[in-house]
Design a protein around this ligand. Structure first.
Ligand code: ATP
Ligand code: MN
Length: 462
């Protein structure tokens, strides 16, 4: 007999037929005559109820069917007399693959705090919450590829180990095979990376953008979707040391095309979640955030506000709010400012453009005012910045002079400059932090709860 997933079984109309399910026991209750086993196999948030007549099974078997145990059940599908479930399974055969001692199984009881669950990241996928989050995360990754494939983009795999330290998006993790206790030294006492594995200093990438640009200047529409690493000590609910980023890069797109794509893309993803993950969203809406589904619908239905950084500063300065970080033209916006604009002032997502060049990366296209660059940040309720992007500087001379102004070593970035020397083209792109998207879509409050094994300062247990 073939195994059927709980998700399919709950939809089945074939009562009277025998089925086989395999999964993990959520609860077993009942009396000395009859037991009710709630079984979940991760295919859906709901459990199948298994009804076992105690007399039909050896005592040793049912004793092992405790919360957390893994079992196989063969039984007859019947209409359920109980409310809230269409069908249940009348057990004929039960096999226990693995028991779970009630005295020591950490998920014996319901209602553990998310903080506690972080300490048992090896077991938390078995909770309803993480089942829901992980299924939504999967659906979003799938939808990312679906969207780009449908729109003529090619998936590019940017390297994870990089020899370029040019982007300056954040502090990097060094990749080395040198002996940390006695590295080879140069005469001046600094580490001699010529002796290292790659013959130079290498690090984990902070972004796949520069490589995506190289590919876009050949394939026109490309995207990367891979892990990125930042060694910043930012212990916030929105930062990870290892996170996934989606970075589309488009030849012949200006900043307006870039904003249109970003808006269309995130709306597609949110709509995909509403259309395909409603069971899980309803669970999260009920358990964590009563406004979640409304908020997702609002994203899909509203046009994003677009305004310049300069206009935003005017609004923030005349808001009458007191800020933890004061605002003035030239300062970087903090999450509190971003969220004020989105949640209080406009009540809609906001795309801010034309930031001061000093607070943005060297590759952004310079405006004719000499002060600002064609950057765009997409700001979301509850999250703040979810996307950062720009039109790229495609003019060789302007790019080179900015690189020199910022003292970026040309020897590290000659290959990037060459794309502006040979067949340069106007182009644009952005980066969407995948976990920030999942935070938004699930309504979870902490980024550690939307990735299976979070990497944060002082934490890499699993
Ligand atoms: P922030 O200002 O929020 O720290 P950033 O401006 O440094 O972000 P970018 O370099 O623009 O981030 O990266 C692009 C996107 O990647 C961001 O818009 C965000 O969604 C995501 N992101 C950046 N840093 C992190 C991080 N440490 N953890 C998770 N996601 C991140
Ligand atoms: Mn940014």
């Amino acid at each position: 007999m073939q195994q059927i997933k709980v998700r399919e079984l709950l939809k089945s109309k074939e009562t009277g037929k025998e089925f086989m399910v395999k999964g993990w026991v959520r609860t077993r209750r009942g009396n000395k005559n009859i037991n009710f086993i709630a079984l979940n196999d991760g295919s859906i948030i709901h459990n199948i109820q298994v009804v076992a007549e105690v007399a039909n099974f050896p005592e040793e078997t049912l004793k092992l069917v405790n919360t957390g145990a893994c079992i196989m059940v063969k039984g007859i599908l019947v209409e359920s007399p109980a409310a809230g479930q269409p069908v249940e399974l009348q057990a004929k055969e039960i096999h226990v693959y693995g028991s779970a001692e009630p005295e020591t199984y950490p998920l014996q009881k319901k209602g553990h705090s998310l903080e506690f669950l972080r300490e048992i990241a090896h077991l938390r996928p078995r909770t309803n919450t993480f089942g829901a989050v992980l299924r939504i995360r999967h659906a979003m990754a799938f939808a990312v590829h679906q969207y780009f494939n449908d729109n003529g983009f090619y998936y590019i795999h940017a390297p994870i180990i990089t020899g370029s330290d040019a982007e300056g998006a954040g502090a990097m993790f060094r990749v080395t095979t040198l002996d940390a206790s006695k590295p080879p030294l140069k005469p001046d006492g600094t580490v001699d990376f010529a002796e290292d594995f790659f013959g130079k200093e290498t690090n984990l990438t902070v972004s796949g953008q520069l490589e995506a640009e190289l590919a876009a200047l050949a394939l026109s529409l490309v995207y990367t979707f891979g892990p990125t690493f930042r060694a910043e000590n930012s212990n916030t609910p929105r930062h990870l040391a290892e996170f996934w980023m989606i970075e589309p890069e488009m030849a012949f797109f200006d900043i307006n095309d870039n904003m249109d794509l970003a808006e269309d893309f995130v709306k597609y993803l949110v709509k995909y979640a509403l259309d395909n993950c409603l069971d899980d969203l309803e669970f999260l809406n009920k358990m964590y955030d009563n406004e979640l589904i409304d908020r997702l619908r609002q994203i899909v239905e509203n046009k994003f506000i677009r305004l310049t950084y300069t206009e935003a500063i005017t609004i923030l300065k005349s808001s009458g709010q007191t800020w933890e970080f004061p605002v003035d033209w030239g300062t970087d916006l903090q999450s509190e400012h971003e969220r004020y604009l989105v949640e209080k002032h406009f009540g809609k997502p906001v795309i801010l453009t034309d930031y001061p060049k000093e607070i943005k990366a060297f590759y952004m296209k310079q405006n004719s005012d000499g002060k600002t660059v064609r950057a765009m940040d997409v700001l979301f309720p509850k999250i703040g910045e979810i996307i950062g992007g720009s039109q790229r500087e495609e003019n060789y001379d302007s790019l080179l002079s900015r690189i020199r102004e910022l003292n970026i070593p040309e020897k590290d970035i000659w290959w990037y400059l060459e794309t502006r020397k040979f067949g340069t083209a106007p182009h644009s792109g952005f980066g969407l932090g995948f976990e920030r998207l999942i935070l938004f879509v699930t309504g979870m409050a902490n980024i550690r709860d939307v990735i299976p094994f979070p990497r944060t300062p002082k934490n890499a247990e699993f």
